[in-house]
Ligand binder design. Sequence first.
Ligand code: MN
Length: 210
Amino acid sequence: MFKRYELPPLPYAYNALEPYIIEEIMKLHHTKHHNSYVVGANAALEKIEKHLKGEAQVDVRAVMRDFSFNYGGHIMHTIFWPNMAPHGKGGGRPGGRLEDLIAKNFGSFEAFKSLFSQAAKTVEGVGWAVLGYDPLTEELRILQVEKHNLLMTAGMVPLLVIDVWEHAYYLQYKNDRGSYVDNWWNVVNWGDVEARLEKALNASRSLIIL
Ligand code: MN
């Protein structure tokens, strides 16, 4: 009844983000971790289908939680990969409409970067920092997401995300999440973030009834 999710290919080679994120991390992160969320989301869908057909009784609360976690993981990673660009092609400043909106909402690019970094560095346990577009106010927001899905706000369109689960940095940075976050800015693909903003500006009004 439901389509199954698929692991999207990385838009660059596994070693493309070196020296900031090493090949071994990228390979494991994509083929093992991201893939496990795809498998988990599909397994939850299958349980829901069996339940709908009366073929199996499932613990609805548990399967819904499972789906939210795994699908959240799939979506976040699917945005995270193209949010980064190979060494030499990423980093710097956004420019254009995105930087204008960042400056309008956060005061300056530097103030935005500082708050986003703090959000990423202080996630309790595992999670993400997210720059999102709020269609209700047509402003940008920074969110701190726990796991892949908790504290995420309905309707917020994610534009830029950073994974701060230990699997995203531990093999290279050990427990120094701060250095990982600081170095990660060197591979941010601002062109991709800008493209997501443009799409959100054009489409978001129809996503939520205002
Ligand atoms: Mn991850």
